[in-house]
Design a protein around this ligand. Structure first.
Ligand SMILES: Cc1cc2nc3c(=O)[nH]c(=O)nc-3n(C[C@H](O)[C@H](O)[C@H](O)COP(=O)(O)OP(=O)(O)OC[C@H]3O[C@@H](n4cnc5c(N)ncnc54)[C@H](O)[C@@H]3O)c2cc1C
Length: 472
């Protein structure tokens, strides 16, 4: 009979769960991971990875369509939607299989089914609706000294705009569409909404984004969001802010949306709608109420080491609250098991979690926005540098972008960095490291950046904050 006693059982195999499992195994714990649907969670199968594969196809299509700008010829550029989606699904499967391989490598047991916590240290795993992968342990009763909830999140549903998965999509259907819509309404302009808007617009759909707040990409710095908005509008994406979709009327193969813009109400008929109004934590049917685990606003309340209010029960990732990002989930998991081991890790500092949106142009940021800095009463120094002043950006044909840095004027500490433009999702990490090391303006100005690179915009923005900008 299979061994059912573990040191640590993790519920959920997303980026939070699987990375936590590997780190726990490295620390010598006997680890089991319960999963009911897909190894690798949303990130690998229906989130970060397959969207980036789709966006890559869109980028290549865009470049080929603009071949002439580079002195090249590419006639009759087209695309095969089924092949684009097949590639994306293939990339997701490859990564999901990779997580399975890592589990075997680290001798982590996969337990297939739906987990419920009966009491601290005890769980019951029920039969899943999906087929178990080879080698997975069967449903039944399991024990563990520590139970980590990494159950993730699912699409938020708002009244009046409930997804029907046919005409009104969530990200699941948007990623695996039955047909390419000619017209599309995206409700919500957070990272998920904007990435799908970018993908479908690049492939030719008429796209409208409706956002309830006055700004698209609401968590981003207002200036960067405004820059991105202009860029999207130049590409032909229609954007309506401070507006609400109140009703969706479905007819045959189209949907008519009622949009309330405050002073006026309008109607828009489209082939498909994507509801991208956020996600909610998977906190139900886990036995949390019975155990008394504190849940607030749909996510589990944790401390800086991912401990819930019930000893022996921990939570990480999307189910433990925002920002709902894969790298936040992973980092929480590492802190969680290192704390269990007694290694005294640093508690999570949410201020240092970068955020990336892979639309065209890309958006990336870390730390506080200018508005937040001012609201906090900080005296700040701001530096900016546009991509038009960067040789590499011009050589790449990517001269539309902006870098903005925010320093605390008293301490010289870099407290925020905000970027829009080509490859900024790769560049932002430079600032993340700088902020982690509590770097000051002096050190950044003395750092040598390679030429020609897009990264030089990052140094120029720092120089600009101190009146020393060179190339503009
Ligand atoms: C379209 C889209 C694009 C995204 N792009 C990005 C991006 O570019 N970068 C980024 O950082 N983030 C992105 N995200 C967010 C990212 O996917 C999540 O933050 C991340 O997946 C959270 O990881 P997690 O481990 O907390 O949970 P998840 O990845 O959601 O995994 C949770 C797992 O738990 C399982 N589970 C739940 N309940 C049970 C139970 N009772 N028993 C057994 N198993 C259970 C689920 O089946 C699931 O596999 C994106 C999300 C979406 C939807």
């Amino acid at each position: 009979m299979a061994d059912t006693a573990f040191d640590i059982i993790i519920i959920g195999s997303g980026p939070g769960g699987y990375v936590t499992a590997i780190r726990a195994a490295q620390l010598g714990f006997k680890v089991g991971v319960v999963e009911r649907d897909y190894i690798g969670g949303i990130c690998t199968n229906w989130g970060c990875i397959p969207t980036k594969a789709l966006l890559r196809s869109a980028d290549v299509f865009h470049l080929m369509s603009h071949a002439k700008d580079f002195g090249l010829a590419a006639d009759k550029v087209g695309f095969d939607p089924a092949a684009v989606i097949k590639r994306s699904r293939g990339v997701a499967k490859r990564l999901s299989d990779g997580v399975g391989f890592l589990f075997r490598k680290h001798k982590i047991a996969t337990i297939w089914g739906e987990a419920v916590i009966d009491a601290p240290g005890k769980i019951t795993v029920r039969q899943a609706k999906t087929e178990a992968p080879k080698g997975a342990l069967a449903p039944g009763a399991y024990t563990a000294k520590h139970i980590i909830l990494a159950t993730g999140a699912r699409p938020r549903v708002l009244p009046g705009i409930e997804p029907d998965k046919k005409l009104v999509w969530t990200y699941f259907e948007a990623m695996n569409p039955d047909k390419m819509p000619k017209s599309l309404l995206v409700i919500g302009s957070g990272a998920i909404g904007v990435e799908f808007a970018s993908f479908y617009r690049t492939l030719g759909a008429e796209v409208t984004i409706v956002e309830v707040l006055p700004q698209i990409l609401p968590v981003e710095d207002a200036e960067i969001a405004a820059f991105a908005r202009k860029s999207f509008e130049r590409q032909g994406i229609k954007i309506v802010t401070s507006a609400k979709v109140t009703k969706l009327d479905k007819t045959g193969d189209s949907v008519t949306a009622t949009i309330d813009e405050g002073k006026a109400t309008s109607q828009l008929t489209v082939d498909r709608v994507i509801s991208a109004v956020g996600v909610v934590g998977n906190v139900e049917n886990l036995g949390l109420e019975k155990l008394g685990v504190k849940v607030e606003r749909g996510t589990i309340v944790i401390d800086g080491f991912c401990r819930t209010n019930v000893p022996g029960i921990y939570a990480i990732g999307d189910v433990a609250g925002p920002p709902m990002l894969a790298h936040k989930a992973e980092h929480e998991g590492i802190i969680c098991v290192e704390a269990i081991k007694g290694l005294n890790p640093h508690p999570m500092d949410k201020h240092l979690i970068p955020g990336c949106t892979y639309c065209n142009p890309q958006v990336a940021s870390v730390g506080i926005t200018e508005a937040k800095a001012k609201a906090d009463g900080r005296e700040v120094r701001i530096g900016k540098f546009p991509f038009v002043g960067n040789g590499k950006a011009i050589a790449l044909g990517e001269d539309q972008g902006l870098v903005k840095v925010i320093f605390d004027n008293k301490t010289g500490a870099l407290v925020g960095a905000h970027m829009v433009g080509a490859e900024v999702t790769e560049l932002i990490q430079g600032y993340v490291i700088a902020m982690n090391l509590e770097t000051t303006e002096e050190e950044l100005m003395h750092t040598i950046f390679p030429h020609p690179t897009l990264s030089e915009t990052m140094k120029e923005a720092v120089l600009d904050a101190y009146g020393r900008v060179l190339n503009i």
